[in-house]
Structure formats: structure tokens, C-alpha cells
Design a binder for this molecule. Structure first.
Ligand SMILES: [Zn+2]
Length: 54
């Protein structure tokens, strides 16, 4: 049986405006670099760059 690994980490993606954020997961083993995604921000009412919070 596979044990639930600690590799999956919950992370926060913050919009450039800093008023909206998404929560997601990432595999630290596969993605060491900082995540950056284009997502829709309801506060900005447009697609914005979301950056991983540290
Ligand atoms: Zn925003």
C-alpha cells in the first residue's frame, strides 16, 4: 500500500493585485521552481498572472 507522501504541498497562488488567491497543490519533486499561472481574478475582472507565495 502506498503511503500518502509529503511531496504534495499545498501552496497559494496570489494575484498581482494581492487581493485574490487560489489554493492548489504541487509536487515538490517535479516542480522546484516558483509556479506562475494565468488565472482569472474576480477582483481585477481579467486574467492575471498568479505567483506562488512563499
Ligand atoms: Zn487581481
Amino acid at each position: 500500500m502506498a503511503k500518502k507522501s509529503a511531496v504534495r504541498t499545498v501552496l497559494t497562488l496570489d494575484c498581482e493585485c494581492g487581493k485574490y488567491s487560489y489554493h492548489t497543490e504541487k509536487n515538490k519533486r517535479n516542480t522546484e521552481a516558483r509556479l506562475e499561472l494565468k488565472k482569472f481574478c474576480p477582483t481585477c475582472r481579467e486574467r492575471k498572472n498568479f505567483k506562488e507565495k512563499r
